[in-house]
Design a protein around this ligand. Structure first.
Ligand SMILES: NC(=O)c1ccc[n+]([C@@H]2O[C@H](COP(=O)([O-])OP(=O)(O)OC[C@H]3O[C@@H](n4cnc5c(N)ncnc54)[C@H](O)[C@@H]3O)[C@@H](O)[C@H]2O)c1
Length: 554
């Protein structure tokens, strides 16, 4: 008979273990917390005290409730005290040999029917279980940080985990007020597997100087509505932890895109571990502080202002929503605007403008011919901008002034703060890009600068991640609901990947992913076959009534 869960053992009371112990104690379980030394035990108790103090301050806990929680938590340095536990969950450092030694020792102590669980983020639960006397009772229970707050729990079953153990643990996590998602034993499970590929990609982008750390983070916050940019998030997670997780994912999956970007290792070697050490991608006021302070990187991003060109008259070609939005930014920046519909055969009204921005139909040929025509009409030295989401240099090359041509990629027009990717080609004069940045900022939009690479910043980071989610679905590792839930509840993303894909359109996603793949030739960026099949079948998402899900009211 499987045990009824009453007493829970938690091994390791660090960041995660203390939170896990608190969650169980809050829900009426007796908890036995094990640490290596009295000092560490005291630190662990301090974590729970501090966290419940905060909950009391926010009136989420009464004094009596807090006292009851602390009362239910027994602390020990003696493993024998875990003897009567019905479930023991380990949350010690992410090292196989340490975890394996703990499981072996637990085997000797707990009843044969007790469940043994690991909170590992990336190590193989199967490998851990194989080291024990009863692999069928071993399972992964992956809580997210901070455990008392985050609703998602990934329940990780191995090929030998007893089905009854899986269902009991699912039920148990529901009793804790969590949303369990059950998956097989694959590096990174759902959330980390999808998150860390994206984070590593952002690091590669930073390392190749495609954009500054500030611009990458701002682009993702405003362009995707994520709570944090990827580099700031890496600092929060810990650069060393991220490196370890990527390494494990790479070892298991052999995907080159999971090999930690070289700079991550350099950061680890230099002790730049992120917030916990006071410096990582950013510099913080002190170790464990969240306050970012200026450093040499800030100086290069915002230091000596670069030269700009005078900007008094701006022309916008186009009559759609994008053209109007650009017009608003120009007017707000206090610049005289001449707006010309694309249907207007004569662009000569724009001949004296300092800058003309094309915002005509999506079609690349149309954009190229408008820019070529503007090149003929506009005065020497006038700047030209294209709103293309594909290669800017291809359009610029159709003019006699590629050095005066820049890309202005406006993302999601509906967002309160308009994000604009200011795209410089190999030919763009830095003064031109600087002039665009200033105009956008004065016009109430948020500019970020980047090179002319497929997907610029936002699409280049977003779509490969969405593509990875499609591959995960296609591999039947998890279903669309579980993947969406994992990314929203585990990583605090506003939408799950399949919600995003159905909303932007599978055809649009495929086009962008193809462009990213064509440019990089990176096998990991090849469009997922399922995405191609959906497009071929006409399942384009919300707009066609069906994509990854049915949308009957579309
Ligand atoms: N930090 C996160 O965001 C996060 C999120 C989900 C899962 N995890 C996973 O949780 C686990 C713990 O991570 P953490 O961030 O809490 O680490 P941590 O370093 O904060 O805590 C680990 C604790 O384990 C204790 N410990 C080490 N060896 C021990 C032993 N033999 N017996 C008893 N205690 C021992 C240490 O003293 C320390 O207090 C790791 O497997 C990690 O991958 C971490």
């Amino acid at each position: 008979m499987p045990p009824e869960f009453k007493t829970i053992g938690v091994v390791g009371l660090g960041t995660m273990g203390a939170g896990i112990a608190e969650v169980f104690a809050r829900h009426g379980f007796d908890v036995v917390g094990l640490e290596q030394t009295e000092e560490q035990l005291e630190l662990g108790r301090g974590h729970v005290q501090h966290s419940t103090d905060r909950a009391r301050k926010r009136a989420k806990l009464t004094k009596a409730e807090q006292a009851a929680i602390l009362d239910r938590l027994r602390l020990t340095t003696d493993m024998d005290d875990l003897r009567d536990c019905d479930l023991v969950i380990e949350a010690v450092v992410e090292r196989m040999e340490v975890k394996r030694a703990i499981f072996l020792a637990l085997d000797e102590v707990v009843r044969p029917d007790a469940v043994l669980a690991t909170n590992t983020s990336s190590l193989s639960v199967t490998e851990l279980s194989a080291a024990t006397a009863h692999p069928r009772r071993v399972i992964g229970i992956h809580f997210f940080n901070p455990a008392p707050v985050q609703r998602l729990v990934e329940v990780v079953s191995t090929v030998v985990t007893e089905p009854r153990v899986i269902s009991d643990v699912e039920e148990l996590t529901r009793r804790l007020g969590k949303r369990p998602v059950t998956v097989g034993d694959q590096a990174g499970f759902i959330a980390n597997a999808l998150l860390f590929g994206y984070l590593n990609h952002a690091v590669a982008m930073y390392e190749s100087r495609h954009a500054t750390r500030e611009d990458i983070d701002t682009a993702i916050r405003l362009g995707c509505g994520y709570p944090m940019g990827p580099l700031a998030l890496l600092d929060l997670i810990g650069v060393d932890t991220a490196c370890q997780i990527l390494d494990t994912m790479h070892r298991q999956g052999r995907n080159r895109l999971h090999a930690p970007s070289p700079i991550l290792r350099q950061f680890v070697a230099a002790g730049l571990l992120g917030r916990k050490s006071g410096r990582g991608f950013y510099t913080y006021a002190a170790a464990n502080s969240s306050v970012v302070v200026d450093d040499a990187g800030t100086a290069s991003a915002h230091g000596t202002p670069r030269r700009r060109r005078p900007l008094e008259r701006v022309g916008v070609v186009g009559s759609g929503a994008l053209a109007s939005r650009i017009g608003e930014v120009v007017v707000k920046a206090g610049i005289e605007l001449t707006q010309t519909a694309d249907a207007t055969p004569d662009l000569r009204t724009l001949a004296t403008a300092d800058l003309v921005i094309e915002a005509v139909a999506h079609d690349l040929d149309a954009k190229t011919s408008v820019l070529a025509e503007l090149d003929r009409i506009c005065r020497d030295g006038a700047m030209l901008a294209t709103t293309t989401s594909s290669s800017v240099i291809e359009i610029a090359a159709a003019t006699s002034r590629p050095h005066d041509v820049v890309g202005l990629h406006f993302l999601d027009l509906a967002r309160p703060t308009q994000l604009v990717e200011v795209v410089s080609t190999v030919a763009t004069d830095p003064e031109v890009a600087e002039t665009m940045r200033a105009m956008c900022a004065q016009g109430g939009a948020q500019p970020v600068s980047c090179g002319d690479r497929a997907g610029f910043i936002v699409n280049a980071l977003l779509f490969p991640y969405l593509n990875d989610a499609v591959r995960m679905l296609d591999a039947h590792y998890a279903d669309a609901d579980d993947i969406d839930l994992a990314m929203k509840a585990g990583c605090a993303l506003p939408l799950g990947p399949f919600e995003v894909l159905d909303s932007v359109g599978t055809d649009v996603a495929l086009d962008i992913q193809r462009a990213v793949f064509r440019e990089s030739r990176e096998p990991g960026f090849a469009p997922a076959p399922l995405l191609e099949q959906l497009v071929t079948a006409g399942h384009l998402g919300r707009k066609s009534g069906r994509g990854f899900r049915e949308h009957p009211d579309a």
